[in-house]
Design a protein around this ligand. Structure first.
Ligand code: RAT
Ligand code: ZN
Length: 417
């Protein structure tokens, strides 16, 4: 393939490469269809996304309390959000625009504001056809799920042999072990593991056996936890022992990277449920300490506070076992995605995963990826353009290779190394 010889062609090629790249979505909260009701999809689920529930309570009349809201049927909750957030106010937030983009890309007439018609259309869809349709619209090869063995409702279906489509891969969620050892020990003990005796050594060995059995059962591609801003390493007070004696040895034995999402202040307003968590600045040096102390373990890391992002890029330059991913949750907004992607490219080249969707509702894959692709395409065009002006002459293939790196290729290289 020949080198590109003018600036406009380089920039157009970068935008096209990102728009057309196959994407690997490395962190979602989706479930396989065999988990039946747990795989959320459709307009009522889109409208009651916890990002939008939180927005509703910034503008709802005082008489509408979260308690009242959560007691309502899903459709009534969706009606309230449609009315207050979309019709009575500007629908200007990223989460609102997301619903509009999704419906529009599905071919529905959102301009008419006819929620009844939209619902009718969804009622006529079948998940067997709808899942591949969404994967294709979003341009994904596969999504990584979040599979928590400590939630009984989630764990049960895995105990029967059920098939998971190739487009969904598992990750083993271990928050409970790290943040609430007592609860984890109790759950493992009810599942037949001897985690409740007097000897912590024996309990930790059993916990490793539990992880190993789950790893055989769901074949995860990494283990994952989300942690608070107080995350510290070395850690003597909180989860240090569990990390050292259970998680790190299991990561080595099972050859699984550990994904850490750091900076969430869980339950800042518990009344809002999933929408009640807040963000806090964490200590990046702790991330670096953990990686440097365990060079034989791979870490996938994302942080919630915008303030942490620059230092985190620098940490990733200091060690080969730290892979940065995604613009997580409150960072998943155009202005911040643009800033973070530009900064990461400037400090790390294409060796990071620029985004994940965190989709909880299948249909969200459509907007999360179409919005992010646009921003990442613009940033890549800018960076390729600057390199061209410096004298480099890339080929289209090279630009396509780099776009894929940002959207899943670097993740797969990291897993394989
Ligand atoms: O982004 C979200 O939907 C959050 O509620 C969390 O799920 C977070 O991403 C996590 O994985 O803990
Ligand atoms: Zn998540």
């Amino acid at each position: 393939m020949s080198q590109l010889n003018d600036l406009a062609a380089v920039q157009a090629s970068a935008r096209k490469a990102v728009a057309e790249a196959v994407v690997t979505d490395i962190h979602t909260h989706l479930f396989p269809p065999s988990h039946v009701q747990m795989l959320l999809w459709g307009v009522d689920e889109l409208l009651t996304y916890h990002y939008l529930v939180a927005e509703l309570f910034t503008m709802a009349p005082r008489g509408l309390t979260p308690q009242k809201f959560f007691q309502m049927p899903r459709r009534a909750q969706a009606d309230l959000i449609w009315d207050h957030v979309f019709l009575r106010h500007g629908a200007l937030s990223e989460a609102c625009r997301g619903v509009i983009t999704t419906l529009n890309r599905l071919g529905l007439d959102v301009g008419s504001r006819d929620l009844g018609r939209v619902r009718k259309w969804f009622d006529s869809q079948r998940i067997e056809d709808y899942l591949p349709k969404i994967m294709e619209l979003a341009g994904l090869n596969y999504v990584v799920m979040t599979n928590n063995p400590f939630v009984a409702e989630e764990a049960r279906p895995w105990e029967q042999t059920r098939c998971v489509p190739d487009c969904m891969k598992a990750s083993l969620r271990i928050d409970t072990m790290l943040t609430d050892w007592k609860a984890a020990a109790k759950a493992m003990s009810s599942a037949g593991y001897k985690t409740k005796g007097k000897s912590p050594k024996k309990a930790f060995a059993e916990a490793r056996r539990f992880l190993s059995d789950w790893s055989v059962r769901i074949r995860p591609i990494y283990m994952a936890a989300s942690l608070g801003p107080q995350f510290a390493w070395p850690d003597k007070k909180n989860f240090g022992d569990v990390m050292r004696k259970v998680i790190l040895p299991a990561a080595r034995e099972l050859n699984l990277p550990i994904a850490l999402m750091i900076g969430v202040r869980k339950g800042a307003n518990p009344a809002l449920g999933d929408g009640g968590d807040a963000a806090g600045e964490a200590d990046v040096n702790s991330v670096l300490n953990l990686c440097l102390e365990n060079p034989d373990v791979k870490f996938l890391v994302t942080m919630l506070s915008r303030v942490n992002q620059h230092e985190l890029c620098i940490a990733a330059r200091k060690t080969g076992n730290l892979h940065l991913f995604g613009c997580w949750w409150f960072c998943n907004n155009p202005s911040i995605i643009s800033e973070m992607t530009r900064m990461r490219l400037e400090l790390l080249g294409a060796n990071f995963t620029c985004q994940h969707s965190d989709a909880r509702v299948l249909d969200q894959l459509v907007y999360k990826w179409s919005h992010s692709r646009k921003i990442v395409g613009d940033v890549l065009a800018e960076k390729c353009g600057e390199l061209f002006e410096a004298g480099w002459r890339p080929t289209e293939d090279e630009i396509r290779r780099d776009a894929r790196m940002l959207l899943g290729g670097a993740f797969e290289e990291f897993l394989a190394k």
